[in-house]
Design a protein around this ligand. Structure first.
Ligand code: GLA
Length: 346
């Protein structure tokens, strides 16, 4: 029996480092993504294992089931499928292939895309929120990175032609139509970032320390934030608070097709990530500065965790840029068989 699933990547238009603080984000699933295809052999007497080969990543992943500790699997990319199998408690393995056209580690959620496609092949529930929660747990288990829900939920809940306004406190998803006049592009900095080795967890700890003093950051008053004594906590809190406001303002601007305003908000977001959250790099800053000088470009910002990865650009439709055009796309789905079957695995 063959099972095949496709999961898109995502680009975050605005709202970074807000998801794990219960704030707002506005990502969209893109047309590029990951396909995982697995062959199940019901009569195989060999020990249960998942075997995966990738068209882009080196090595063969061999994971014995049930998975005990996904964080030690090598090659490292195998930790994501292993994390999913661990969270699902999978005991029936498959021989499979992974193919992807996403930049790896480049800020377009190649890892969430791999997790979600693997989960569908392993017979996970197809409900977008349930699937996203499960894959977020898999990522934390596999990498130790205390990420939020944004990437996995954007990948599972994507709607063609729309970005997704997500309230990460309630996990409510509201599709926001992307007008034809708005085109988005991504530029890969080539600086691949390894989230576990970066300061992601440290930023989260600092934001939580600020929230312990002034309350949930998305709703804290600016006066309370200004009264924080520690300048680092003050800056981290200011970013989360103002970024959540920018997400809502951006969603409104997009709906009103006010692309000049939307572009300004993207640039403000980049500056806040650079100065208050300190997750940009000189290369990302230079790319944003160069891109916003181009005629017909409304705004640009780093997207995702930062420390490298991609820049997202909002431009007029008749402008052709040297990056990759990203289109708002549908979320993850089983390709073959197209409807959920009795899971071979559960
Ligand atoms: C990574 C995480 C997300 C989110 C972003 C920053 O992509 O996986 O949960 O925190 O960084 O917005």
């Amino acid at each position: 029996m063959t099972v095949s699933a496709f999961a898109p990547g995502r680009v975050n238009l605005i709202g970074d480092h807000t998801d794990y603080m219960g704030g707002a984000v506005l990502p969209m699933a893109v047309q590029m993504g990951t396909t995982v295809t697995g062959e199940y052999r019901a009569d195989d007497p060999a020990p249960a294992r998942v075997v995966l080969r990738s068209d882009r990543l080196d090595g063969i992943v061999e994971v014995d089931l049930p998975v005990l500790d996904p964080s030690v699997i090598r090659p490292r990319w195998g930790r994501y499928p292993a994390g999913v199998a661990a969270v699902l408690g999978s005991t029936v393995g498959f021989d499979g292939t992974v193919s992807s056209d996403l930049p790896i580690g480049g800020g377009l959620s190649s890892s969430a895309s791999l997790e979600v496609a693997t989960a569908l092949v392993l017979g996970a529930p197809t409900d977008a929120l349930e699937l996203a929660r499960l894959c977020r747990r898999a990522e934390v288990t596999a990498t130790g990175v205390p990420c939020g829900i944004m990437d996995q939920l954007a990948v599972t809940a994507g709607v063609e032609g729309h970005a997704l306004l997500i309230d990460c406190a309630t996990e409510d998803v509201t599709p926001v139509r992307v007008p034809d006049a708005a085109t988005f592009w991504v530029f890969d900095s080539g600086q691949a970032r390894e989230l576990a080795g970066s300061s992601y967890a440290e930023r989260r700890t600092q934001a939580e320390a600020a929230a312990a003093i002034v309350g949930p950051l998305p709703h804290a008053s600016m006066a309370a934030i200004a009264s924080l004594v520690d300048p680092v906590l003050r800056a981290r809190a200011r970013h989360v608070r103002t970024e959540c406001d920018r997400v809502h303002a951006f969603a409104a601007a997009l709906s009103a097709c006010d692309l000049v305003r939307a572009g300004e908000l993207m640039l403000d977001s980049h500056r806040s990530l650079r100065d208050d959250y300190e997750v940009s790099t000189p290369l990302l800053d230079a790319m944003v500065e160069d891109l916003v000088r181009i005629r017909g470009v409304h705004g640009a910002r780093l997207t995702g965790a930062g420390f490298g990865g991609c820049v997202v650009v909002l431009a007029e439709p008749d402008v052709t840029l040297a990056g990759t055009r990203v289109q708002p796309s549908a979320g993850a789905r089983l390709v073959d068989p197209p409807n959920p079957q009795p899971p071979p695995n559960l």
